[in-house]
Design a protein around this ligand. Structure first.
Ligand code: NDP
Ligand code: 2IT
Length: 463
């Protein structure tokens, strides 16, 4: 079935020219970045959706805007040697993609996971540019990480690794240059070790060099909760457009890390029943609703596996294999673990079971085919760039507090978070309508973020 946009492209010369430009940049970029499949995927989602914006601004073509945008300003890779508890030398690879500094210092998390590679870093860095633009706060886009696997390492191994990572990376960052934070495998503990090493090498307390710090030494209240809470606020607004509500809804949340746990906490607070959560080994289903405080204790404090939740809840059932979670009937699904964790088959199962809405609390958790399937079946779809922007938004608020040498109350920060998520939702909705794709929040948020970045790029010249 031909989409509205495809039909319009056939009729309108400006759209036709824009579509041709987008297609040629996409093809050329794929040709120049062989094997970077996740990066290609994020481009395939993003670039076609901004065709109407290019058509409305034909000068973007002459100014080579997309050619510049898809090329990171800087990419850093480095050796990270460390010594394990048995005295063996281990070597991992460190990365930082400094994608765009057009709106502010590079800003984005650091991921420690064995799957980290150039492609994963670039897709995350690319998405971060537009997510950060949507927050309305002065932050550019970047991402970093390592193929280091924190699972099964002792606390001192993690510390030594984090210190070695910073011994190299410190020279590329700073409060006005590049400000990292957490992501998969990096929470307050790892941020603390990295910040400590940075401070030691720099010889000064630059609080704004890192976000997601412990609240005792410059971290913002509500940063830990911000991504999950923000995503649920976004879902709440989106559901209201169809006179639906989280109150009484069955919610399935994949993952049980930082984002998933606090999405579950806020969804529960708004009256939803969180019936299933997972880790990379399997998932638990609790028809009466997962006891979220118990889950936080188990996963965040005790760092145990989700299977062990059964010790606390004798009605809960554990299923091995994390993928099966999407077969659990629900009205709202919040993929909150990792990229491409929800594919077309999963989407079909969710639609068959009557799902109303999907919220990407993780980065690119839904495959392109699954997104198309949801849209074709009139399922509300909240794209990650908009829905999970609450984490980085509160990171920017942490930077602001650090600059002021002050800290705001939890109430003040959460109030701002709610306001920012509301604003992001309205921007996505109105931009989608303005460009002839009402209700399409993927296009709406991509275009809204893109226009901000594009205008700033033009103002700053060809750099
Ligand atoms: P955590 O490391 O805290 O948690 C990750 C969770 O996802 C864990 O339950 C983990 O299970 C599971 N998981 C990770 N990789 C896989 C995999 N390959 N297959 C199945 N399950 C997996 O990370 P976060 O909660 O911080 O991040 C989750 C997602 O949210 C990521 O996509 C991240 O980029 C995104 N995000 C994070 C933000 C933040 O502020 N932290 C902000 C915005 C987006 P296990 O323990 O078994 O590995
Ligand atoms: O993907 C993300 O937005 C994050 N991991 C958070 C980035 C940040 O700088 O807080």
């Amino acid at each position: 079935m031909m989409t509205q946009l495809e039909q319009a492209i056939k009729r309108t010369p400006a759209l036709k020219e824009a579509a041709y430009y987008v297609e040629s940049v996409l093809e050329e970029t794929i040709r120049r970045t062989p094997g970077e499949v996740e990066f290609h995927q994020s481009l395939k989602e993003f670039l076609p959706s901004i065709v109407p914006a290019i058509a409305a601004h034909p000068e973007y073509i002459r100014l080579g805007l997309l050619e510049r945008l898809v090329e990171p300003e800087r990419m850093i890779t480095f050796r990270v040697p460390w010594i394990d508890d048995d005295g063996h030398v281990r070597v991992n690879r460190g990365y930082r993609v400094q994608f765009s500094s057009v709106l502010g210092p590079y800003k984005g998390g650091i991921r420690f996971h064995p799957t980290v590679n150039t492609s994963i870093m670039k897709f995350l860095g690319f998405e971060q540019i537009f997510k950060n633009a949507l927050t309305g706060l002065p932050i550019g886009g970047g991402k970093g990480g390592s193929d280091f696997d924190p699972k099964g390492q002792s606390e001192f191994e993690v510390m030594r690794f984090a210190q070695s990572f910073m011994t190299e990376f410190y020279r590329h960052m700073g409060p006005d240059i590049d400000v990292p934070a957490g992501d998969i495998g990096v929470g307050a503990r790892e941020v603390g070790y990295m910040f400590g090493q940075y401070k030691r090498i720099r010889g000064g307390f630059e609080a704004g060099a890192f976000t997601g710090k412990g609240v005792g030494y410059g971290g913002s209240l509500v940063r830990k909760e911000a991504t999950g809470y923000g995503c649920v606020y976004f879902m709440d607004e989106m559901l209201r457009t169809r006179d639906k509500s989280l109150a009484g809804a069955r919610v399935v949340i994949s993952g049980s890390g930082n984002v998933a746990l606090y999405a579950a906490e806020k969804a529960t607070a708004l009256g939803a029943t969180v019936v299933a959560m997972s880790d990379s080994d399997g998932y638990v289903v609790s028809e009466e609703g997962i006891d979220i405080q118990r889950m936080i204790q188990l996963k965040e404090v005790e760092r145990r596996r989700i299977k062990e939740y059964l010790e606390y809840d004798d009605r809960a059932v554990y299923y091995p294999g994390s993928r099966g979670i999407w077969t659990v009937p629900c009205e709202v699904a919040l993929p909150s673990a990792t990229q491409n964790e929800l594919d077309l088959e999963d989407a079909k199962a969710l639609v068959l079971n009557g799902v109303w809405a999907i919220g990407e609390c993780a980065n690119m958790p839904t495959t392109l085919e699954a997104i198309e399937y949801f849209m074709a079946n009139d399922v509300l779809f909240a794209p990650g760039k908009a829905a999970n922007a609450g984490g980085v938004a509160v990171s920017a608020l942490e930077m602001a507090q650090n600059s002021m040498r002050m800290s705001w109350t939890a109430h003040e920060v959460e109030d701002q978070l709610r306001h920012i998520m509301h604003h992001i939702f309205r921007q996505a909705l109105t931009t989608a309508a303005q460009y002839g794709m009402p209700g399409n929040l993927v296009a709406g948020s991509n275009i809204a973020g893109f226009i901000k970045v594009a205008e700033a790029m033009i103002a700053q010249g060809v750099i």
